[in-house]
Ligand binder design. Sequence first.
Ligand code: SF4
Length: 332
Amino acid sequence: MTARVSYARCRLCGRGCGVDRTRGQKGFCGAGSRLRIAWAGIHRGEEPVICGEGGSGAIFLSGCGLRCFFCQNYQLSRENLGRDTDIREFADICLMLQHKGAENINIVTGTHFLPSLAEGIRESKKRGLTKPVVWNSSGYEQAECFSVLDGFVDIYLPDLKTLDASLGGFMFGVSDYPRSAAAAIKKMAASRPLRYEGSSLVSGLIVRHLVLPGLPENTRAVLAWFAENLAGRALVSLMFQYSPPGGKGPVPKGEWGRTVSPEEYEKTLAMLDEFGIEDGFVQEPPGNGESRLPDFSSRDAFPGGLARPLWFHGEKRPGERPRARARRMGRG
Ligand code: SF4
């Protein structure tokens, strides 16, 4: 691991806090130096080439360096829900997912734990992991991270939320996100050409974009950029699952308080034609009243049987016994 890709003077994501996480300091992401996981299981709600036949072996990490105010996983990104664990248990989880038929190991929001995850995948491979590794991230990785990421990631699955610096400033409190994410995504495309085995993707890049209510020009700019820079070399995935912010934080008013309308959905599909984008995926908008938010306080975190839980932060580590309570001895 290079000195720049470490928890000491941490600059793993674009926040660049510079804190020494090896000495107990925490930066914006809220993470220390111990790997913290919230949930793992077989997920069937990802893109079809990620789910394949067996489903995707998703591992959701706690904390986040970006923290969109509308994050649907706010219990993880803002509230840091999860349990501290270690490399050995991470490898146990990877091998359990493989054993249960997962098509891949899908690491969700792991940028702030990159050193531990690289080590965990190395350990998993030593112990028999053969499935591809998916890096499912916000796209806010720093350039130096790719010297490590390219060593173990097979499929990049980043978000590209906006190319508008002022919108980025409003959503995450940082204006460099568009420049940083666009540069990271170009690196991902260059290092991982698209390759399939059967119906599953085993190498490549899928760029996800969440359509935001009342902001069609944001989506137009992202799709135009994709067509110009990545068409034919990557897939695009349009998501319509925006939900008004959950949790206890302040909720911005106006359009942010609603979901994407059927008219907005249709307009976005027309943009794909406008830019000649054919390779990729479009998520169906959820039906009226259908919950879009997972609940990571529950083992069955995902609504509608979308996922099969195999590891949950609220359960004890296998073999771990509750500590015997110290008993006060009477003197008779
Ligand atoms: S990973 Fe966390 S501590 Fe490191 S730069 Fe990003 S927000 Fe700051």
